[in-house]
Design a protein around this ligand. Structure first.
Ligand code: ATP
Length: 493
């Protein structure tokens, strides 16, 4: 269930955020100008981690499925696209302001939070009834009813503690801008709020040029933009973010079979990339979007509660039909097997790359108390799956003398084309180990005087700090065994 709470309320989450900033994963955008709300930049390690996640998704979706192909569509699209998709008229969030604190909230999230609190108190039925009531009011566009329900439930603003609420208003989440030199209504374009429409409008182009037969899928990774009302919780809810979506086109009335298959395949993927099964669950939508006949989220237990990471939607033929109507171009497919023309139905999987990143960061952040004699200290490390870790190994000469740096560089040069490895010689070996732990590097390779004699090095394992001696010639195979995404793909086949 969604929760609107300040990140400072949650110490583990606050630690993850500050870790991300301090160790080069995520920075506030334009920080020198005090930042831009809900817009973030990825640093050296963050961009590597995100890229690894995207690559593994891309390979799992396209290369492992012979009937899924990729595209890369533009952010700007003809404005009628968004009329047809329903986004101009109904891509809204109900918002409510507290008159005392002047803080703005999503009305539905306030009620969902209340339902979650009831569930925690052992009143699950009451919570469920509340969500159902809210869904019915939103369906009927009864915004006054939503406001009354918030007041009836005794929901107050967490900041001011009052229920001095404004009316509930719908707020369109699309950003618009002008294209060309003349600013008038006809030149208004939107920054796409989802990548899916780029797939729908290209459906026939892709089908024909890739010679695919229904059922087949189109996958895409790209930026999406939403003017989120409540932009908090770090990169969980951003105004500019990245989506990884796949639309799977099927024969009408066969969509439920594909829906269930993709829903299970996507859950399996998250687990294969290292998220434990008990931290993931499905959550069925109470209120279906205007285009869907079934929808479920894959939720992860974030430090601030169970929240959506990915949506699996059965979108019917809504989008293709609407584009056919608005563009006056046929969006039909001729199915030679049944000798029929039809508009395919669509099953969608839609995951946010940034939310996925945040899930992995939260899951990987580990604090361990280590005792050494009388003293005890906390060891912090990121227990990332080696296949997604930004750096696979750090090559560390024990000292800066006696030819150890040259030997270290020799190993670095041997490995760098195959793996993202780094070479470091500054500071004590202990400090260098700690730095690698903090960015989640699974292996440190220490080069010492024995290396010069017998070409062996010490491998230190991030999670256990255990050390072992191996021959330099074995390094490549050892890193490949642990870090190659192939191990992930094997679990999916
Ligand atoms: P929410 O209910 O959290 O607003 P949504 O149901 O609107 O999400 P979808 O439209 O289904 O989300 O988008 C698919 C995925 O895109 C989400 O599961 C999420 O991972 C990601 N996503 C959506 N909005 C954002 C955002 N503002 N910031 C980051 N990721 C997002």
């Amino acid at each position: 269930m969604a929760k609107q709470q300040d990140t400072s309320e949650n110490s583990l989450f606050a630690k993850v955020i500050s870790h991300a900033k301090e160790y080069g994963f995520v920075y506030q955008s334009s920080e020198i100008y005090d930042g831009l709300q809900a817009v973030y930049d990825y640093g050296p390690w963050g961009s590597e981690l995100k890229k690894n996640l995207k690559d593994i998704w891309w390979t799992a979706m396209t290369r492992l499925n012979h009937n899924v192909v990729g595209i890369d569509a533009s952010i700007f699209m003809h404005p009628t696209t968004w009329k047809a998709s329903g986004h101009v008229d109904s891509f809204n969030d109900p918002m409510i302001d507290n008159k005392d604190s002047k803080k703005r909230y999503r009305a539905d999230v306030l009620l969902e939070d209340k339902a979650a609190a009831l569930e925690k108190e052992g009143k699950a039925d009451e919570g469920k009834a509340l969500v159902e009531k809210m869904a019915a009011l939103l369906d009927a566009d009864d915004l006054e009813g939503v406001r009354n329900l918030i007041i009836e439930q005794g929901i107050v603003c967490p900041e001011s503690g009052t229920d001095n609420w404004t009316e509930v208003r719908q707020f369109n989440l699309m950003f618009s801008t002008q294209i060309g030199s003349v600013a008038d209504d006809s030149s208004t374009v939107y920054l796409r709020p989802e990548t899916a429409q780029g797939i729908f409008v290209n459906f026939l182009n892709v089908q024909k040029t890739s010679r695919q037969k229904v059922p087949f899928g189109i996958a895409q990774i790209g930026k999406a933009f939403r003017n989120e009302i409540v932009a908090r919780q770090f990169i969980f809810r951003m105004r500019e973010f990245e989506q990884m979506e796949m639309q799977y086109f099927v024969r009408p009335n066969t969509e439920m079979e594909s829906y269930e298959r993709w829903r299970d395949a996507r859950m399996k993927w998250h687990q294969a990339v290292g998220i434990p099964a008990e931290k993931l669950r499905f959550h069925k939508h109470e209120k279906l979007a205007h285009y869907a006949n079934a929808a479920e989220d894959i939720e992860f237990e974030f430090p601030f509660g169970w929240k959506e990471v990915e949506g699996i939607h059965s979108r019917t033929d809504f989008d293709l039909k609407a584009h056919q109507e608005f563009s006056k171009k046929k969006m039909q497919y001729f199915d030679p097997e049944v000798n029929q023309n039809y508009i395919p139905y669509v099953v969608e999987t839609s995951v946010g790359a940034d939310r996925l990143f945040l899930m992995h960061l939260c899951e990987a952040y580990t604090e361990l108390t280590v005792t050494d004699g009388e003293k005890s200290k906390t060891r912090v490390f990121l227990k990332l799956h080696p296949a997604i870790a930004p750096v696979k190994a750090a090559i560390l000469p024990l000292t800066k003398k006696d030819g150890l740096p040259d030997k270290g560089m020799e190993i670095f040069r041997k490995l760098r084309a195959k793996f993202n490895v780094i070479y470091e010689e500054q500071q004590s070996i202990g400090k260098r180990y700690t730095r690698q732990d903090l960015i989640g590097t699974p292996f440190c390779i220490a080069v010492d005087h024995d290396t010069l004699e017998d070409n062996t090095v010490t491998i230190r394992h991030r999670d256990t700090t255990e050390q072992e001696r191996v021959h330099i010639d074995e390094l490549e195979a050892r890193l490949a065994e642990a870090c190659s995404p192939e191990r992930i793909y094997e679990q999916l086949l």
